[in-house]
Design a protein around this ligand. Sequence first.
Ligand code: 1HN
Length: 351
Amino acid sequence: MNGDRMTDAGEQRVSLERKAFYNKIDAANCTPLWEVLHSLVTVKPNTPCLPYLWKWATVWPWLQEGGQLITAREAERRVLVLENPGLRGQTRVTHSLYAGLQLILPGEVAPAHRHSQSALRFILHGGGAYTTVDGEKVTMNVGDFVITPSWTFHDHGNLSDEPMVWLDGLDLPIVELLDAQFREDGASDMQKVERSSGTNLARFGNTMKPVEYKARSRTSPLFWYPYERTREALETLRDQDDAHVCWGHKLQYTNPVTGDWAIPTMGTFMQMLPSGFRGKPYQSTDSTVYAVVEGRGRCVINGQAMEFGPKDVFVCPSWMPYTLEADEQSVLFSYSDRPVQQALDLWREKF
Ligand code: 1HN
């Protein structure tokens, strides 16, 4: 008999035999690959991550409500986690990354700690709160990108008279996957400030570096990228270059000493879409989180338009084609796990 053309009775016998075999080996923690091979090694990425947009108008009242319910000190970090609808209960915005919106009210302090996870802050709302990273204090404003490198002490505070909200991006799921996580509380809530705002920019923000500088990690020693400078660069590109058909004018943040990514696990970008921009479809294997700084438009993905405006956050999953459109000139911050994928020769894009 041809093996591909078994009778029903024959098939039943085989499947019973196989079941019995699976049960026998299961008791010793063995399992047949052939039952799962095709769901493991798929033709293309099969991400559980879904496209989604969080409207600022929806979450801002909830952030304020959270502010009434718990202090930053008690919460340690008072954050509304942005959970991907395809990954509920997993504290993640994509399969590999975390996102949350952190509120810090006037006079509050978020106490010092450090952890192996790297963090980025992207300021969405308010101005005048500070973060102290390894003894250097920077005051943050809307559109600024700030890095908390792995294993550096950091505490935040708000000496202004308005609430401040930023987007936290962390590589939590990556560090968890690798079981490489450590944390430690600071000796006191607030670190002793050894250097004030601007030291960092003076040292590393002018295409120069102190002659005695020795890198202690791969993370950028420049940890504060003020929006003013980023925006000026994008304006110049807008005035001089043609917009890319998919992404308009797009810059990536770098470690100024090495020219490599600013954070080894998370790629960070800022792009400008000219008014009236209608992007061509783009797809890449790095699921990407976008935060809107300025402008209005939409991201069309999976046949659906996610309409965006200032301070909205949205996510585009791995390998799903999407287009970006701008009705007004728009500026978008974004982050993804691109550096990890590129380091492992896994990253692909198509447009
Ligand atoms: C964290 O340390 C911060 O330092 C924010 O502001 C969000 C989410 C998970 C784990 C640690 C912060 C965090 C976090």
